[in-house]
Design a protein around this ligand. Structure first.
Ligand SMILES: CC(C)(COP(=O)(O)OP(=O)(O)OC[C@H]1O[C@@H](n2cnc3c(N)ncnc32)[C@H](O)[C@@H]1OP(=O)(O)O)[C@@H](O)C(=O)NCCC(=O)NCCS
Length: 177
């Protein structure tokens, strides 16, 4: 039977669940494909709570969570550009708790983000970076319309190994006023 979850905009009180989710993911063994070491993600509850409120008041940023069994089991963030020159750009990141992977949550979060970006009057470019070896994430991004733009070679070291990152983006045509 499919496991049930909901996708929704983050509320300020989700800050604690979000921090726990990301800390748990960064502490996994073997490590997930992200450059952050576990001790490099230490935001306060207040900082994430304030970010969630800030995102709700902007039109080029997004903070979604997946909730299941009263816990935050996935999150997707889009951080919009803050300059006049890049207000049309938003940078995407997505994480799903280990026990909930391959249940469709990452895909559902991405589908919702793409729907939001298409409906947004300002967002014309959604971009992301992904480890070149992260086949599952790349598959999902391609499935949701993201195209390959380039490769940053040997950008990060992970467990002593140099890692390439792929740059991917989704471009959306919008009428400019
Ligand atoms: C990447 C991630 C967000 C995907 O979320 P998810 O909930 O597991 O994804 P879904 O269940 O919606 O979909 C997984 C898809 O990948 C496919 N897949 C699984 N393993 C795969 C592999 N090794 N190679 C290619 N595709 C794979 C599944 O078949 C499924 O495809 P489908 O929808 O066409 O059937 C999640 O696995 C995760 O958080 N990983 C750790 C952190 C991470 O890598 N984040 C991305 C950083 S850029």
């Amino acid at each position: 039977m499919p496991r049930s979850y909901i996708i929704r905009h983050a509320e300020p009180l989700d800050a604690r669940g979000y921090i726990t989710l990301i800390k748990d993911i960064l502490s996994e063994t073997p490590r997930v494909d992200t450059p952050y070491a576990p001790d490099e993600f230490n935001p306060s509850f207040e900082r994430i709570r304030d970010r969630i409120m800030e995102v709700r008041a902007t039109d080029n940023s997004l903070f979604l969570v997946a909730e299941a069994e009263h816990e935050v089991v996935g999150a997707l963030t889009c951080g919009g550009g803050t300059l006049h020159a890049d207000r049309h750009m938003t940078a995407l990141g997505v994480y799903v708790a280990r026990d909930w992977r391959d249940c469709g949550i990452g895909g559902a979060l991405l589908a919702e983000a793409v729907r939001w970006a298409k409906a947004s009057p300002v967002v014309e470019r959604v971009e992301l970076e992904v480890y070149a070896r992260n086949a599952r994430a790349i598959h999902l991004y391609e499935k949701h319309g993201f195209e390959h733009e380039g490769r940053k070679r040997r950008l990060y070291y992970q467990d002593g190994e140099p890692m390439d990152m792929l740059i991917m983006s989704l471009l959306l045509e919008k009428k400019r006023g």
